[in-house]
Design a protein around this ligand. Sequence first.
Ligand code: FAD
Ligand code: DLZ
Length: 492
Amino acid sequence: MILRLVLGDQLNEKHSWFHAIDPNVIYLFQEIRSETDYVVHHIQKVVAIFLGMRTLAEKLKKNGHQIHYLRISDPENQHSFFTNVQKILDRYSITHIEYQEPDEYRVDEHLSSLNTLGLGIQKVSTEHFLTERFELKKIFEGKKTYLMENFYRKMRVKWNVLVDEDRQPLEGKWNFDHENRKKWDAKNQVPPPFEFGHDASALVEELELANVKTMGFIRNNVSVWPKSREEAQQVLHYFIDWLLPVFGDYQDTMAQNQPFLFHSRISFALNVKMLHPLEVVKSVEKTYLDGKVSINQAEGFIRQILGWREFVRGIYWAEMPNYAKLNHFNHKNSLPDFFWTGKTDLNCLSQSIGQSLEFSYAHHIQRLMIIGNYALISGIDPDELDRWYLGIYIDAFEWVEMPNTRGMSQFADGGKLATKPYASSANYIQKMGNYCQHCKFNPKEKEGPNACPFNQKYWDFIGRNADAFRKNPRMSMMVKLWEKQNQNNLSS
Ligand code: FAD
Ligand code: DLZ
């Protein structure tokens, strides 16, 4: 008999494993404490993963596959991938074990220890990503930094997306980012989120009984997160019909009480592999080719998936395990309590963290320019911040969370991923949305009780790192401004 492991982020019913029913194969799904407890996760994340696992297992069983499913509450559950496997070997006379490449370094290392069991072991592809694990490493061999734009152009050509027969970009440009900076007018409507009527109450009770520690909130019977491929496809189609037509325009905007704006909310479905990145990219490309959306909307979206998503995964595998230890600025401060409650007078943070606790979701610019920016200029320890991001977000798996948080947002890798730290004062926040209009602090003031704390923290960050930033062409201007402010203060 062959034992095949299906992990919680491998819910790809289209995988070639499932094409034929084989009486010699048994599939093992495991809801286990090693995975629920490596950080404190948002309750919606644990529920969404378990509902997804249970739904796929049931479907496979119905189709005739043999399934061994270990629930979190099963007394026989040993709560470790390795020990559970070890325990059921004899029961099914297992001679071979097969598993799909885990996306996280930690789990990859753990599953390599299956080799010690003395059975035939085979690690197969997840058939999900558009690059091999070490493809990016090879592309940038010998280079000190990685450049997303170069990588992205290669991907466009490799997968024949938005290019003509001469491999040149459609409409003459690879990147339409400069057209994607519109500020949203609060008078405009945002289509409501697509919701599912999932009753997760029994599962929530099971998790409570098992004493699984979680954070955030969950609503009764309603979820914005899909539990099956069919539901994930509904989210994708809703996005294409209603949100994509203006996605690019408002990609970087932020608005009061608008948790989702025109973002797709497909990251969870992609990361647990209910959707394939190429089907998403090709559907969006087709919508553009059919004349239904303009190029800046389609290209802006495709770049996130064909570019950024594959790019950060490549960096993760090129740089792990060392990447997890990088702390370029040697930041050591702890996360303030409001990261766990959302209770702060800073409206932008209260909105961004509040909705993260409510939906297990924040959009990119909130993660980068509000929460990440605040952590960076406050000198928060990247280890602590990584754990927070890894726990709170529905789509957070280390391969994508860590390069984004530690690399892009905290510059803790010293610039392997980003050419400059994404740090800003209140000026940027005011420009990119209407949060400041609803805040008690004044974004224009730098000092005094009404001054926005982002201002003081930002200039302090520039000052602390002035010597290093002077040498970075993208930061030297800010150092000059900081010096000018200091001279003015001295002379006044
Ligand atoms: P949309 O805005 O609709 O974008 C479409 C898709 O593009 C996303 O679903 C995602 O698959 C992909 N994408 C966009 N930006 C990125 C990116 N920078 N890296 C990888 N994929 C991207 N994304 C995760 O999937 N998991 C994470 O744990 C995660 N952590 C992040 C932490 C920080 C500090 C930052 C700045 C970004 C992080 N991102 C992460 C990237 C991005 O914020 C989310 O992918 C996005 O907010 C998910 O919402 P959406 O599906 O509505 O995205
Ligand atoms: C995130 C997560 C959680 C909370 N629980 C489980 C689980 O009980 N069983 C499981 O197989 N996977 C879970 N996951 C996702 C795993 O952490 C994921 O498989 C690894 O991150 C590998 O990439």
